[in-house]
Design a protein around this ligand. Structure first.
Ligand SMILES: NC(=O)c1ccc[n+]([C@@H]2O[C@H](COP(=O)([O-])OP(=O)(O)OC[C@H]3O[C@@H](n4cnc5c(N)ncnc54)[C@H](O)[C@@H]3O)[C@@H](O)[C@H]2O)c1
Length: 345
């Protein structure tokens, strides 16, 4: 994967990007760094694309609500949609709570400014359970529904027939293949299909992984980089490989920490202390696993074991089952969210 980074691309011309977009390291895998040319002198050499103004987010859960909030906060018109009124209401509640916190932090001395930030954000946000209406004039669909390939494919397959041809499709999947999800759509749409992987909690976490498949065009990819920066995130670019960057490195590391304890080499407390004080990690792997959710960690490992070993993308050892993880999940001790995982909360 890394071998491809920095190689010259052929094909469409560079897309003009705003000057403030050029500071972050946002090279596209498979091509040279974005041009740092600014000003109008080379405008004729660029493929100007209208920037993304309207975004539709599918899934008003933890991630979808966070993505919708941050986009709306930064002036993007957002439609947030889910399957039921209750789910949409839940998304609004998540946003209200988070936004109140954000507003207090941004304007600690002015209740008026806090109110104004909340109102401005909500003025950019509408919610609906009508998926057809939600995509009728959108520039970008961001999907943040359940981590199930069939369900995601079904949604995108349906949306492909409804959304305008201009609409870019993106998935927030953590562990599935973007290419496989995209295969439920037409060839044309696959050219405008990518991964946009945000991190939890979205309003706080600065990173977004922008993932391209072999079919994603530079134009669509650049639009996603540009939007990420407008949302005040730091985008990194990567190819559609299991776990992208963060989870590809983090999940095997967390599983290895569990195996180390399973072999009786050290306690979870000592492993966490060692990695914090010896490796400068802000959290040890056990605290981190509890934070992520042990069911999530297990689902990712199980999914990779089932689909990525036979393809040669991962070794069997990397994703081998870990009994202490399986036992915790079977006992419903899923980490922070259930009040107990490896530690009690
Ligand atoms: N939770 C995390 O830490 C995290 C981090 C990065 C990425 N992700 C990914 O983001 C996605 C969502 O995760 P989450 O934690 O927000 O889940 P969640 O369970 O909190 O929310 C999922 C929402 O999707 C809705 N939904 C299900 N099917 C739908 C459909 N067909 N149309 C519209 N809405 C539908 C559900 O009603 C629910 O409200 C998953 O793909 C997950 O892997 C999660």
């Amino acid at each position: 994967m890394l071998a491809l980074i920095g190689t010259r691309r052929c094909g469409p011309r560079l897309v003009r990007v705003a000057p403030n977009m050029l500071k972050a390291s946002s090279s596209r895998p498979g091509r040279a760094l974005l041009s740092t040319t600014t000003g109008s002198d080379s405008a004729s050499e660029t493929n100007e694309l209208p920037s993304i103004q309207r975004v539709t987010v599918f899934g008003a859960g933890l991630m979808g609500a966070g993505i919708a909030q941050v986009a709306a906060q930064h002036g993007v018109k957002v439609v947030l949609t889910d399957v039921s009124d209750a789910a949409v209401a839940n998304g609004r509640k998540i946003i209200e709570k988070s936004l109140t916190r954000v507003a207090r932090k941004a304007h600690p001395d002015s209740e008026e400014d806090q109110r104004s930030l909340v109102e401005r954000t909500f003025a950019n946000l509408v919610t609906t359970t009508n998926s057809e209406e939600a995509v009728s004039d959108t520039d970008l669909v961001i999907e943040a529904i359940v981590e199930n390939i069939k369900v995601k494919q079904q949604l995108f397959g349906k949306l492909d027939g409804i959304a305008p041809a201009k609409t870019i499709f993106a998935t927030n999947t953590s562990s599935l293949s973007v290419t496989e999800i995209a295969s439920s759509t037409s060839e044309e749409r696959q050219a405008s299909f990518a991964g946009l992987h945000y991190f939890n909690p979205v309003p706080q976490m600065k990173l977004v992984e922008v993932i391209r498949t072999a079919k994603t065009t530079d134009a669509a990819f650049d639009q996603l980089l540009e939007l990420s920066k407008r949302m005040r995130k730091i985008p990194v670019s990567c190819l559609d490989k299991p776990g992208f960057i963060v989870n590809r490195l983090l999940v095997p590391y967390m599983l290895d920490a569990l195996r180390l304890v399973e072999r009786g080499q050290a306690t979870p407390e000592d492993v966490d202390t060692a990695m914090k004080l010896g490796a400068g990690m802000p959290m040890g792997p056990f605290e981190l696993s509890d934070y992520v959710g042990l069911d999530t960690l297990k689902n990712i490992a199980d999914g990779w074991r089932a689909s990525r070993v036979s393809t040669g993308e991962m070794s069997a050892e990397t994703v081998a089952a870990v009994s202490i993880l399986d036992e915790k999940v079977a006992a419903g001790r899923l980490g922070r969210k259930t009040g107990e995982g490896f530690f009690k909360y």
